[in-house]
Design a protein around this ligand. Structure first.
Ligand code: C2E
Ligand code: CA
Ligand code: CA
Ligand code: CA
Length: 275
């Protein structure tokens, strides 16, 4: 790198250093994050398009650290995956989400569903299925109200234990949701092969409607295709009334996005429900 000249060298090394330093700090701080109680679940409501009623929530993780401030999931989840810390963190997420689901259903009498994100790495945990079973029974909620969101990255490895895990998840009565549809490999055969219940259209497509003809056409096609496979469709990242009304016309089932609500802490979600 020195051959590029002194200025170039120091420019790159400064940028690289800052990036690596932050990554290192995140990794270092993440080790104690659970013990220090720094992780908290937020919940974003999902709405039925036709009735405009709330039908469920998606659990989204938030991390506040004294040294780093707020770290976004897009920044810390990949590092947690890489280090394997996603295993204990993912367990915390599932337990918290299920215990809140119990509270919603049995204390506040709201028959809502709970969607929880699962990372590819969590499927390498031999105890994943037994942990999910145990957590459902400890929380006292029935499997049909839990929805597990996975991305195509999970399926692409083609490993047989992942195949078996997904089949068992469906057999337990848990709903399977294909997250970020349209961004990755987006294979139809995956949707058929595994018993998916829900397809979530990625925010990047919803962002383009109704302005982009191409995105409108794509969203229309995805919804029609999903329905022909018997899947429910969720549009992510709905921010405007125009988007909502087009999604209604295209027979999209459910929507999630800032137009209705940002992800809220448990208390905030509860007051959202009574207001
Ligand atoms: P995701 O699963 O696709 O979650 C949706 C993201 O879109 C969330 O970002 C949410 O806050 C954001 N969002 C929702 N509505 C709108 C909108 O109308 N406009 C815009 N601009 N954004 C909207 P968030 O919470 O920052 O999470 C980012 C990603 O981190 C998630 O994407 C998910 O892949 C991952 N993640 C979050 N929590 C967990 C978790 O508990 N476990 C795992 N494995 N991954 C998680
Ligand atoms: Ca998700
Ligand atoms: Ca998504
Ligand atoms: Ca995503």
């Amino acid at each position: 790198a020195k051959r590029l000249g002194r200025n170039t060298y120091s420019f790159f090394s400064k940028e690289m250093n800052a990036k690596m330093l932050r990554r290192f700090k995140i990794e270092e701080q993440m080790h104690g994050a659970l013990e220090r109680n720094e992780l908290e679940l937020y919940y974003q409501p999902q709405f039925d398009v036709k009735s405009q009623k709330i039908i469920g929530v998606e659990a989204l993780l938030r991390w506040h650290n004294i040294e780093l401030g707020n770290v976004t999931p897009d920044e810390f989840i990949p590092i947690a995956e890489h280090t394997g810390l996603i295993i204990p963190i993912g367990r915390f997420v599932l337990q918290q989400a299920l215990s809140f689901l119990y509270e919603l259903q049995h204390i506040h009498h709201k028959k809502l569903t709970m969607a929880v994100n699962l990372s590819p790495r969590q499927f390498r945990d031999a105890e994943l299925l037994s942990f999910i079973k145990k957590s459902l029974s400890i929380a006292g909620v029935s499997a049909e109200y839990l929805e597990l969101e996975i991305t195509e990255g999970v399926l692409m490895s083609g490993q047989s234990h992942i195949h078996d895990a997904l089949i068992e998840i469906s057999n337990m009565g848990i709903k399977l949701s294909m997250d970020d549809f349209g961004t990755g490999y987006s294979s139809l055969s995956y949707l058929r092969q595994y018993a998916f219940d829900v397809l979530k259209i990625d925010r990047s497509f919803i962002n383009g409607i109704p302005a982009s003809k191409e995105d409108c056409e794509l969203v229309n096609t995805i919804i029609a295709m999903a329905h022909s496979l018997g899947l429910m469709v969720v549009a992510e990242g709905v921010e405007t009334a125009e988007q909502l009304s087009l999604l209604d016309k295209l027979n999209c089932n459910l929507v999630q996005g800032y137009y209705f609500s940002k992800p809220l802490p448990a208390k905030g979600l509860l007051s959202f429900l009574v207001d």
